[in-house]
Design a protein around this ligand. Structure first.
Ligand code: F6P
Length: 327
C-alpha cells in the first residue's frame, strides 16, 4: 500500500440513497488514515474525461442525510470499450490515483472488474450501491432499505384509496431483474400478492390472491408487481385481469423514480458508513478487486467475480410468509 497515491471515489449507475453517506465515510476514513482523496464526477464518464477534484473532510460535511450522490452518476458506454478504459487509466496515472473505490450496482462492479483485470497496478474496491439489492455475497446493498420504506409508505397511501373505492391496484416497483423490493414491500405493506421474476404467477392464481382482499373488510386488493421487461409489468397484469375478471375495478400505479430518492434511512446511513470505512481498511490490508459486503452483520470481502453473478437467490420463505399472511 502506497499512501503517496490518492484514493479516487466515484458513484456509477442508478443513484441510491446512502451513496453520499458512503462518499463521506470513504473520504473521512481515508483522511483519518493518512491518505488523500479525489472525487471523480459522473462515474466512469467523468473518469475518462478527467473530471476530478481533491476532497477534504469539509467537502463531505452535511451530506449523510442527503439522497442522490454529490459526485453525480452516469452509465458509461465508453468505459465498456478498451479505448475508454485506456483513457480512464491515463487519467488515473496523471492524477496519481492508485486506488479506486466504485460505489454502484452490478454493471458498475463489472466495469471495475474488467478495468482491474486489464491494469494490474489499479486497485479497485467496490461498494454495493443499488436499490435493487441484487449483488451476491452481501445481505443488503446501500439504498435498498430506503427504497423499501418509500414503497411501503406509497402503498399505505394507495391502500386508502383502494379501500374507499373497492378497487384492485397493481403497483409496479423497481428492481430490474430481481424481486427483493417487490416481495419485501408486499410483506411490509400487507399487500395481497407480489409478482416477482423469481416465482412465476399465472393469472388464475392471481385471481385467488385478489379475491382474498375482497373477503377482508377492506374490500380492496393490492398486488405489487416487480418491473420486468419480459412479463410486461403491472399494465400487462392489469389488462389480463380486466379482460378475464371484469367484475373488478382495476387501477395501475407505477411508482417509478420516486423510489430512488429521498433522505436515506438510518439503516442505509449506518450500512454505508460501515462499508465505506471498511473499503479503506481493505486498501490498507492490500485487498484488490473485491466488493465490501455485509453478511450476518459482519463485513466481508467478496471477489468481484462472485458479486456480479446475477443469481442472488430470494429467500423462498418470504413467498410463504406473504402467502400465509394475506389470507
Ligand atoms: O438499478 C437501479 C434501477 O433503479 C432499477 O431498479 C431500474 O430498472 C433502473 O435502475 C432504472 O434506470 P434509469 O434510471 O436509467 O431509468
Amino acid at each position: 500500500m502506497d499512501k503517496s497515491k490518492f484514493i479516487g471515489i466515484l458513484t456509477s449507475g442508478g443513484d441510491a440513497s446512502g451513496m453520499n453517506a458512503a462518499i463521506r465515510a470513504v473520504t473521512r476514513s481515508a483522511i483519518y488514515n493518512g491518505f488523500r482523496v479525489k472525487g471523480i464526477y459522473r462515474g466512469y464518464e467523468g473518469l475518462i474525461a478527467g473530471e476530478v477534484k481533491e476532497m477534504t473532510t469539509e467537502d463531505v460535511s452535511s451530506i449523510i442525510q442527503r439522497g442522490g450522490t454529490i459526485l453525480k452518476t452516469a452509465r458509461s458506454k465508453e468505459f465498456e470499450t478498451p479505448e475508454g478504459r485506456r483513457k480512464a487509466y491515463e487519467v488515473m496515472q496523471k492524477e496519481n490515483i492508485g486506488y479506486l473505490v466504485v460505489i454502484g450496482g452490478d454493471g458498475s462492479l463489472r466495469g471495475a472488474r474488467t478495468f482491474a483485470d486489464e491494469y494490474e497496478d489499479v486497485v479497485c474496491i467496490g461498494l454495493p450501491g443499488t436499490i435493487d439489492n441484487d449483488l451476491c455475497g452481501t445481505d443488503v446493498t446501500i439504498g435498498y432499505s430506503t427504497a423499501l420504506n418509500t414503497i411501503m409508505e406509497c402503498v399505505d397511501k394507495i391502500r386508502d384509496t383502494a379501500t374507499s373505492h373497492e378497487r384492485i391496484f397493481f403497483v409496479e416497483v423497481m428492481g430490474r431483474d430481481a424481486g427483493f423490493l417487490a416481495q419485501n414491500s408486499a410483506i411490509a405493506s400487507g399487500a395481497e400478492a407480489a409478482i416477482i421474476p423469481e416465482d412465476k404467477t399465472d393469472v388464475d392464481q392471481l385471481e385467488k390472491f385478489i379475491s382474498r382482499g375482497f373477503r377482508k373488510t377492506k374490500n380492496s386488493s393490492i398486488v405489487i408487481v416487480s418491473e420486468s421487461p419480459k412479463d410486461g409489468g403491472a399494465m400487462h397484469y392489469a389488462e389480463r385481469v380486466r379482460k378475464e375478471y371484469p367484475q373488478y375495478d382495476v387501477r395501475v400505479s407505477i411508482l417509478g423514480h420516486l423510489q430512488r430518492g429521498g433522505a436515506p434511512s438510518a439503516e442505509d446511513r449506518i450500512l454505508a458508513s460501515r462499508l465505506g470505512e471498511a473499503s479503506v481498511q481493505a486498501i490498507m490490508e492490500e485487498q484488490r478487486n473485491v466488493m465490501i459486503g455485509i453478511r450476518d452483520n459482519e463485513i466481508v470481502y467478496v471477489p468481484f467475480i462472485e458479486a456480479v453473478k446475477r443469481d442472488k437467490p430470494i429467500d423462498k420463505n418470504l413467498i410463504r410468509v406473504l402467502d400465509e399472511l394475506s389470507i
